[in-house]
Write a protein that binds this ligand. Structure first.
Ligand code: ADP
Ligand code: MG
Length: 722
């Protein structure tokens, strides 16, 4: 559909105004906007009438339940609506400016004092209506507020006054914005504002029309009006994001041909029958979902979420074997070398007893060839692995991003597992996928992305909107919950090391994680050495202590990990390199130094290194400060990764999930990942339904045009990368 045609057609007609129409209306059309305001608005990121009406109030004042000056109590935060009587500026003895403003209403007077805000004198002109929020005290016989919050509201009528974001720097007041938006909305009245979202969608959720929502968010009759208005406009935001993500996914599926793998056979049967334990219900369900995808020629693109210790490795192996059984290859990419090593170990153990048919072999079968490829694998060994990957004799390649380098070319890559842990972006995912296209058949491999960081459902739908999601929400049985405690001060530290020694004496093992130094790996390593020296000559001198950090060669790392795994080391002092994947069931104690420096997700990952066997485990979070940090408290209170992820989102504010920008990129000015779970779920379902029926949105030209308008190519990239 040609966008220009829609625009011209609607510009010429009397049909309702679309967002594109409004985007092309210049601000000079609005009453009261002159040259100066125009450039001020520009610097505010408001370039068109659309930008203007998408500037929403940040709060509302209800005049009907506001105090008058005579009712105002001293020492209590109060909001009053008053008129400026006079203002004057002077210098204090210390050379600060002090502006004193007298305000009044019908019932009395109040004095406002502003320090170091010289512009207040000009801003607050006699006669002006302002809303003032602050706490009044008596000063020299007069009631006075010091540095209150002041909003210029002008002589607005109506019970509810919207307060807009204002900028002192460019001198745009809430009052200015209110006037301009009122005029903009008035100019939209004759033609009305187009609602691009199908009626049945809007009405099935009981939402109001877009035009109504815009009227009510800017001019509510009663304050509560804005709640429903906000929901409608927030729904539009999340629906646009979902349409784009679902549209991308559907396009990708339409345009690519994938393998259809057989999901039964002797290799797969062999894996399951050799397991020393039954699958958990969640593992069985997830493997079913995956096998369903694998059997279809539509390429799989699935996210597997599972808390630490939920048993993702087995699911990954079951997925990869489907490719191997059909004579293809599989690859698993991990974010760090330690994790790749760990995967190699775990995967080889699971596959040790399996054989694959091989006519060239005397016995008619052979063991699987599983190879590890990281940057540390060099020389002849590397050559041989690369050759095996290229000629198909390597069945499973395990590695770091070394796997996606140009030199690596697969004979026939059928399944890709990306153990993401938040460290890869979509870009790297797709590069591994592209590797497969270079092989003979040119089929797109099935992709499974695994993450141990539980992502709240809402965020998953937004950030991973182009993937299907499986959740491993059940831990294997027989785990004893980890007891977590906060430790601060020398006395508590002393007691902690005492308990650690008790457990070491019983033959159990412990990790000690060193303080995080985010700015510099070098400093972090230095601090790890220091911790190691202090502990091995002090508190833990009777035990054998090892050290693991990111600056060691992979040989060194491997040998330390092996000693620890074999129980030759009792204690492993480490930096966050052990954050992911390390799996030693006999280690029951985790000590995290300076725990308040870590984020919730990271602490949860680290803690997940213990509690992997039947032995009771404990985690000590050491903090320097005696005030509890909310993140540390969250860890003490819960071991549930999903609960912690929600808490993390709450503590950080959702702004961190999507950056902040005027429009597009976030396009989520109103919607909140926390508050609007229902809207996001609706939008997801609606988007799937709409795209299924009409992938190019040909029957919804206005909606299609709106997506083109609001999302740039760069935005799409952003959404797919995060
Ligand atoms: P994740 O990668 O999800 O953190 P792993 O795959 O490393 O978890 O599994 C953690 C531990 O649980 C491993 O020691 C694994 O052998 C064991 N495990 C996996 N599935 C089961 C199961 N169904 N029953 C018992 N133990 C299991
Ligand atoms: Mg794992």
């Amino acid at each position: 559909m040609d966008n220009r045609c829609i625009h011209i057609c609607s510009a010429l007609s009397n049909s309702p105004l679309t967002y594109r129409d409004l985007d092309q209306l210049g601000l000079e059309r609005i009453k009261g906007i002159g040259e100066k305001s125009l450039s001020a608005l520009e610097s505010f990121g408001i370039h068109s009438v659309l930008d203007l009406i998408e500037t929403y109030p940040r709060r509302y004042i209800d005049r009907s339940n506001m105090a008058t000056l005579s009712q105002m109590q001293l020492g209590v935060d109060t909001l009053v609506m008053v008129q400026v009587v006079s203002s004057r500026s002077m210098r204090t003895q210390r050379g600060k400016t002090m502006v004193t403003v007298t305000v009044a209403d019908d019932t009395g007077k109040l004095s406002l004092t502003f320090f170091n805000q010289p512009w207040r004198e000009k801003q607050l002109q006699p006669g002006m209506e302002v809303a003032v929020f602050g706490r009044a005290e008596m000063y020299r016989g007069y009631r006075q507020m010091t540095n209150p919050v002041v909003d210029r509201i002008g002589d607005q009528t109506g019970r509810v006054v919207p307060i807009y974001p204002q900028s002192e720097k460019v001198r745009i007041s809430s009052w200015d914005l209110a006037r301009w938006i009122t005029d903009a909305l008035a100019k939209c009245e004759p033609r009305g504002i187009e609602d691009p979202i199908p009626d049945d969608v809007v009405s099935s959720h009981g939402l109001m029309s877009r035009h109504d929502a815009l009227r009510k968010i800017h001019r509510p009759d009663v304050v509560d009006d804005h709640v429903q208005a906000r929901r409608r406009l927030a729904f539009d935001e999340v629906l646009r994001v979902q349409l784009m993500l679902v549209g991308k996914k559907s396009q990708w599926e339409r345009e690519s041909a994938g393998f259809s793998h057989a999901t039964t056979g002797h290799l797969i049967d062999g894996l399951f029958s050799a397991l020393p334990f039954p699958l958990t219900g969640a593992q069985r369900r997830t493997i079913d979902e995956i096998y369903n995808d694998l059997g279809s020629s539509r390429p799989m693109h699935r996210l597997l979420q599972g808390d630490v210790g939920a048993g993702k490795t087995l699911v990954a192996v079951a997925t990869m074997l489907a490719a191997v059984q059909g004579g293809h290859q599989a690859a698993i990419m991990a974010p760090t070398e330690v994790l790749a090593d760990q995967h190699a170990l775990g995967i080889r153990a699971l596959l040790a007893s399996l054989k694959i048919a091989d006519e060239g072999n005397l016995f008619g079968d052979r063991s699987l060839r599983v190879e590890l490829l990281t940057n540390k694998v060099t020389g002849e060994e590397r050559k041989s692995i690369l050759a095996g990957i290229a000629d198909g004799s390597v069945d499973i390649a395990i590695g770091t991003h070394a796997l996606i380098q140009d030199k690596v070319s697969f004979a026939s890559l059928g399944v890709v597992v990306v153990d993401e842990q938040h460290r890869f972006g979509v870009e790297q995912r797709s590069r591994l996928r592209d590797k497969a296209l270079q092989s003979e058949q040119g089929l797109v491999p099935d992709v499974l992305v695994m993450t141990a960081t539980p992502i709240p459902r809402t965020a998953a739908m937004t950030v991973y909107g182009d993937l299907d999601v499986s959740v491993l929400d059940e831990l294997p049985p027989g785990r004893t919950p980890i007891v977590t405690s906060r430790v601060s001060g020398p006395l508590e530290m002393e007691m902690m090391w005492g308990s650690v020694r008790e457990l070491l004496k019983k033959g159990q093992q412990a990790y000690v994680v060193c303080p995080l130094v985010e700015e510099s790996e070098k400093l972090e390593v230095a601090s790890a050495h220091e911790t190691y020296d202090t502990l091995s000559s002090g508190e833990l001198s009777d035990y054998s202590v090892g050290l693991l950090h990111g600056r060691m060669s992979s040989k060194e790392k491997e040998s330390v990990m092996t000693s620890f795994r074999q129980g030759k080391l009792d204690v492993l002092v480490a930096t966050t390199v052990i954050e992911v994947g390390v799996d030693v069931p006999n280690s029951t104690t985790m000590v995290i130094l300076d725990a308040d420096r870590f984020g919730i997700a990271q602490l949860h990952q680290l803690r997940g290194r213990v509690g992997r066997g039947a032995l009771a485990s404990q985690c000590y979070l050491v903090t320097q400060h005696s005030d509890p940090s909310p993140r540390v408290e969250a860890l003490v209170a819960s071991t549930d990764g999903f609960e912690l992820a929600e808490e993390d989102l709450r503590l950080r504010g959702e702004g961190t999930i999507m950056g902040a920008r005027q429009k597009g990129q976030t396009d989520l000015t109103l919607a909140s990942l926390q508050r609007d779970l229902d809207l996001i779920q609706w939008a997801r379902q609606d988007a799937v339904r709409i795209i299924d029926a009409d992938p190019m949105l040909e029957s919804l030209p206005h909606l299609r045009d709106e997506l083109d308008l609001l999302f740039s190519a760069e935005d799409e990239e952003f959404l797919f990368k995060s």
